[in-house]
Design a protein around this ligand. Sequence first.
Ligand code: FA5
Length: 653
Amino acid sequence: MVITEKNKFNMKTKLLYLENSYQKEASAKIVAINTETPQVEIILDKTIFYPQGGGQPADTGTISTKTGIFIVSHVSYNDGSILHKGKLEGSMNVGDEVSLKIDWETRYHNMMLHTAGHILDQVIKNVDNKNYGVDGDHGIGKRTFVAFKLPVNESLIEKIENEANSIINKNLKITAEMVSEKEIKERKIKLQFELPKNKDLRILGIGSYSPMPDGGTHLKTTGECSKISITGIQEKKGQWRVNYSIEKPNKETNEKVKERKSDSIDNDLSINELKQKIADIKSQINSDLNENLTKEKLRIKYLAKKGLFNNLAKNISQIEVSKKKEAGQILNELKTEITQNIEKSAPTSNNSQKKWIDLTAPGIKPKTGHMHPVSQAMEEITQIFERIGFSRSRYPEVDWDWYVFESLNMPKNHPARDEWETFFIDAPINPKMGKIVLTTHTSNGQVREMERLGGKPPIRMINIARCYRRQQDTTHTQMFHQFEGLVIDKGINIQHLKGTLDYFAEQFYGPGTKSRIRPFHFQFTEPSLEVDFSCHICHGTGFLDEKTDKVKKVNCEAREAGLGHGEAREGALGHAPEDRRQKCKFCKSGWHEVGGAGMVHPNVLKAGGFNPDIYTGFAFGWGVERTYTLKEGLNIDDIRLLYSGDLKFLEQF
Ligand code: FA5
């Protein structure tokens, strides 16, 4: 319909800003448009644009469709219809669904000024029990004022300001509602104005102050308003105007306002406002369906975590308690409707949304990962042992006390158990197997492997698994890995063990690396040994100097002659080594300890069903992390780094 001087007052516009002053965006339909006038005029079925009046300036903003954008520069109220005036870029027609957006910053500032005017009205009315005759006139513009019929004495300015600002600090609730003449009487509402007869009225309440009629937009609480100052009192057009301003928001005032807001009272949302918002969403989804938006786009816009539905559903906390059930129902209905609409929407995007592909552009190389260094080490260890006939087994990392301790010749309450700082599982105790524990070592696999083979050798097992102990420092982690070797057959002796250790040393650390065994004690091996490997930096000498090669040679000869390590070094150099030579910081002694070993104890063989008079065996168990970090060139001085999840560290391997 074309807008004419005659008809422009007949088209009624729904005033959304009266229901919710905080609505910044909405959708609506064009009812009439006039492109003949110097400024294009548009009338909508509903609007969030506030028209000039009641002392509050008109909103500005945009009205847009896919085909055009209308820059709103002025809005006026004409007996129920709202006329938006502005500049149209592109085209728009009657019936078009449009999106409305107001300039929120300007509106919010106007809302603050307008609310400040009402606060001043209340204060001045009560300031000295004198009736100043509220004029009801407010102005926001070059001068912002509230008008009275009688002069307000300038000596009262400070008092008025203090009172007004204390209302702000009290953070009182501000309400606006439509009431009929009858309701006003029934609820005994005392108004500051005479009521126009036979007409519903919008009244504004600030805390418990008596309400006043008002058609403007308002803050939800007085606490949102910045500090008020009176800038002068003047007589104009037969009124007495109290001019005022509000403090420009700055960092400090913003903080104060935020504080007041955060401990503020609930901001109520009426069920009608909720219904209006629901209607807006429905009309938006209809127009999106017409646009053939893809399912995915619709889903993101409406149903995603931050989508329109969830944003709206969050408001349910603001609904008055008695209406909550109804609100829940209509929100559920909305969700079902949105879901159904998305289901029947277009499966893919339409052609206009297809993107060009540049076939000549260089490809993007996908990032490839690699195995964790500890997994790489386990792989390498497995292969080294497989080459000499071992096969890999896997045994539980959560196991019975029997396999972890008791079958390994460690009866209950044996003090040797204390060396393994054990994590226990809170579970019923089995009469034979005992408690359940997180395995402290891979030795739990020894008796299990023997049981698996039912007393029939040969056994050449390599068991690599996770272990757990209550330990944490640069060389210990609560979870770590061990690899356990077990060989059982007729005639197995300690030379087989030493040969296997030397073989592994050369294979894993490189040619020339030696193994060393030292007497030790484990309950499950006899004899028991600790195993060391020679340091690749000082070649087993413990010192870094030019004589390293000589020292190495003499040490080897001395070892062959049965001399101790220190004795050989001193003998070779003829003086105390600490005097002149620099100690190897990596090993400090020429050797690195990696784990334990020994000949399987007869009691363990028995526990596994092997006759110790016929069979013998050796076993060893070392930490994977420790064995790995000693490799040449790695220089890892804190094994916890391996489990830090730090990609910068891990990507180096
Ligand atoms: C044992 O665990 C014996 N079961 C080894 C064994 C097996 C001896 C077979 C005889 C026969 P020990 O507690 O010393 O021994 O641990 C062996 C190795 O596991 C240590 O030398 C170390 O390399 C590694 N290790 C132990 N605790 C941790 C830990 N918390 N973090 C990282 N590595 C560890």
